[in-house]
Ligand binder design. Structure first.
Ligand code: FES
Length: 104
């Protein structure tokens, strides 16, 4: 797998989310308890940006209609969303954060 550097670890604190463009894809990068995760940055219910949502306890709440998703699995946890967020592989090397090229 090709990996694309997208951020530095210091760009995010725990429980923060960052919106990124990786190739043609819009990605949300999350930091939870020092670990990094990535999903598509578009809610599966409509067009809201997950990077503008509220992140707590490993879940992101959509800013538009308050659907919640598990960041680690992408699972939709409550209405109105029913489809999961697509997740993307993330790795950390030192201070650098990479996303798998399949996201691009
Ligand atoms: Fe996210 Fe409606 S756009 S719940």
């Amino acid at each position: 797998m090709n990996w694309i550097r997208v951020a530095s670890a210091s760009d995010l604190q725990d429980d923060e989310v960052l919106g990124l463009t990786v190739g043609s894809a819009r990605i949300a990068l999350y930091r939870i308890e020092g670990e990094f995760y990535a999903t598509d940055n578009r809610c599966t219910h409509a067009e809201a940006l997950m990077s503008e949502g509220y992140l707590e306890d490993g879940c992101i709440e959509c800013p538009l209609h308050q659907a919640r998703f598990d960041i680690r699995t992408g699972a939709a946890l409550c209405a109105p969303a029913t489809e999961p967020l697509r997740t993307h592989p993330v790795k950390r090397e030192g201070e650098e954060i990479y996303i798998g090229a399949a996201a691009a």
